[in-house]
Design a protein around this ligand. Structure first.
Ligand code: AMP
Length: 341
């Protein structure tokens, strides 16, 4: 019987709770320092204790997972802590498409896929001397917004970059990706694509709360002007959002286009959970600055089911449970290879 395994961080709790609810065995690859935390939750059947998550690549760890017929559920921590090569070398079946995770981590590849999906992306700025409007400078990979900064001129860019280098937040040789800043209401659109049913499901929307950019709004402008601090976009938590119903049609179209583009560019396509991230401007026009090609932590707010999934399922369905359901369905018809890589 298949079991579900994941790394102890990010959305591990809802993934394993969902798997347990579906009657599957659950395994947590857990850093020793977090053992006490995760032991509080009764739905985790087995712990694989490690000093660091890269140990998941070790033969011993992979053997234990193999003996348990484990499917690994990849999430943001896997991407943040391992290189694409390391992820691709995992021998245990990875839920979804492990090859597309490289496209998430690499900014240029990411932009290429987003353009193929006809997503309205902000214009990239190829060099700091081309900055003539408000831009955001971003780091590679799933940095979670830490060390990102805004700039409105070349001088401003270098001043802030140097400040962050001197603080040790970013390194001198790090290549930053610069793009136009898109202002509006943040919306992170969460989807699930089932290759078994060949169907796209819209799961929910969240907003990220990022520090300390959000805290700025609480500080009067005269105090802001006196501060030299470069605000960051470090994700602290998420909260739910529902969209105007009239926006839903476009939400599905964007999801369908993304699935289509992924099928074309990176076989076997965008299977499982994913997220299109962006902002709605004053005309309700969406600009998308990012995608995540796996479950996002923003789905944690819907552990008891999301508003949109309550329209599709007559039962409580979290994203973790939806993943486990797909694994169970695939196992039943002997098609696990269709939903894993
Ligand atoms: P990302 O790593 O691309 O998800 O970016 C982290 C955070 O930076 C996002 O959640 C947004 O708050 C902000 N952000 C990134 N790109 C843009 C953009 N082009 N315009 C406005 N905000 C952005």
């Amino acid at each position: 019987m298949t079991s579900i395994a994941t790394l102890g961080s990010h959305c591990a709790l809802q993934v394993l709770k969902g798997a347990k609810d579906e009657g599957l065995k659950t395994i947590l690859v857990c850093e020793k320092k977090r053992e006490k935390l995760y032991k509080r939750f009764p739905f985790i059947d087995e712990f694989i204790l490690v000093d660091s998550f890269v140990e998941v690549l070790n033969e011993k760890c992979q053997k234990t997972l193999e003996q348990n017929n484990a499917v690994i559920i990849p999430h943001g921590t896997l991407i943040a802590q391992m290189t694409s090569e390391q992820i691709e070398s995992i021998k245990i079946p990875v839920f979804g498409n492990k090859w597309i995770l490289r496209w998430e981590s690499d900014r240029e590849m990411k932009e290429k896929l987003m353009r193929e999906a006809k997503l309205p992306v902000p214009n990239p700025i190829s060099s700091p001397n081309e900055i003539n409007k408000l831009v955001i400078a971003k780091r590679q990979g799933a940095a979670g917004g830490k060390g990102y900064f805004m700039a409105s001129s070349e001088e401003d860019y270098h001043k802030k970059r140097n400040e962050l280098i001197s603080q040790g937040v970013i390194s001198e040789k790090e290549t930053l990706y610069i793009q136009e800043y898109a202002a509006g209401v943040l919306a992170y659109l969460q989807y699930f694509y089932s290759p078994l049913k060949e169907e796209l499901e819209f799961f929910g929307v969240d907003q990220r709360h990022e520090s300390d950019i959000e805290g700025l709004a609480r500080i009067p402008s005269d105090q802001q002007l006196k501060s030299n601090k470069v605000p960051s976009f470090n994700v602290i938590g998420n909260s739910p959002l529902v969209l105007r119903e009239s926006l839903l049609d476009e939400v599905y179209i964007m999801g369908d286009n993304f699935v289509e583009a992924a099928k074309k560019m990176v076989s076997p396509g965008m299977n499982g959970p994913f997220c299109i991230e962006g902002v709605y401007d004053e005309n309700a026009k969406f600009t998308s600055f990012e995608f995540s090609a796996r479950i996002v932590a923003g789905t944690n707010i819907y552990m008891d089911g999301s508003p949109y999934y309550s329209l599709l399922f007559n039962e409580t369905m979290s994203m973790g449970k939806r993943i486990a359901r797909e694994v169970k369905e695939a196992e039943k018809i002997n098609q696990l290879e269709k939903i894993t890589t």
